[in-house]
Design a protein around this ligand. Structure first.
Ligand code: SF4
Ligand code: FES
Length: 250
């Protein structure tokens, strides 16, 4: 018997227990509590598949968010055994004792059970940091876009990989203390535009947006954001890049 086949047999036979936080803030009868669900694990099962399994076979009332099932939309972030992660990119086989506890991501508005509203906050953040190219140049769409150095384009595209999952905020102690803290997602968004030569904003302009304790000076460099970001973005390097720029603004 080859090793993979043997492993699949073990996994297929296993029963796992998901202990899930249940609460509906819009229902006066509802009280926060945990509920256990026992399911049979299948090979390659992700937490997303486990939750769908529970939803379709055991409990139609369970709420959680997902769209893409591929680590792209950022909807399925939740706290898994104490750490914020994407449900669709987490294999149940990682948990050798078969016990998995799920909670909604903190610091966002709770909708129900594992479902939270990240969109309202992300939208407000995008507006606050003016998350778009600022240029006085008239764009002529019949012409090719102004070229930039490939290394610079790579740096910008790397930061554009952010999926706005909110995990960096859920991992951040400053965010717990300061409701309006922009977090890694907001600060690194400003770095994305500061690096992009299409954007004509100066360091003074960025200082107006992030030069306070709700912005760049609120970060305590505890690295929780970088430890948990599912896209492995270089969050602390780019926050440090913006901090260096901002301390030089008189
Ligand atoms: S920076 Fe990383 S953890 Fe934060 S929202 Fe973007 S992808 Fe998620
Ligand atoms: S469902 Fe889209 S990132 Fe998990």
């Amino acid at each position: 018997m080859n090793r993979q086949h043997h492993q699949d047999e073990i996994i297929e036979g296993r029963e796992i227990t998901l202990t899930i936080f249940r609460y509906d803030p819009n229902n006066k009868e509802s009280k926060p509590h945990y509920q256990d669900y026992k399911i049979a694990e299948t090979p390659g099962m992700t937490l997303y598949i486990a939750l769908i399994n529970i939803l379709t076979r055991i409990d139609h009332d369970l709420s959680f968010d997902f769209v893409c099932r591929a680590g792209i939309c950022g909807s399925c972030a939740m706290v898994v055994n104490g750490k914020p992660r994407l449900a669709c990119k987490t294999l149940t086989s990682e948990f050798t004792d078969g016990k998995i506890t799920l909670l909604p991501l903190p610091t966002f508005q709770h909708i129900k059970d594992l479902s939270i509203d990240t969109g309202t906050w992300m939208n407000a953040m995008s507006v606050k940091v003016e998350s778009w190219i600022h240029s006085k140049e008239q764009v002529d769409i019949s012409k090719l876009e102004k070229p930039i150095e490939p290394e610079v384009a790579d740096e910008v595209f790397e930061l554009d990989r952010c999926i706005e999952c909110g995990i960096c905020l859920a991992s951040c102690s400053t965010r717990v203390m300061r409701e309006d803290f922009l977090g890694a997602v907001g600060l690194v968004r400003t770095a994305r535009f500061a690096i992009d030569p299409h954007d004509e904003r100066t360091d003074d302009d960025f200082y107006e947006l992030i030069g306070d304790d709700d912005g760049i000076f609120g970060c305590m460099s505890l690295l929780g954001c970088e430890d948990h970001c599912p896209k492995d973005l270089p969050l602390q390097t780019k926050i440090a890049y913006m901090r260096r720029k901002m301390v030089e603004v008189k």
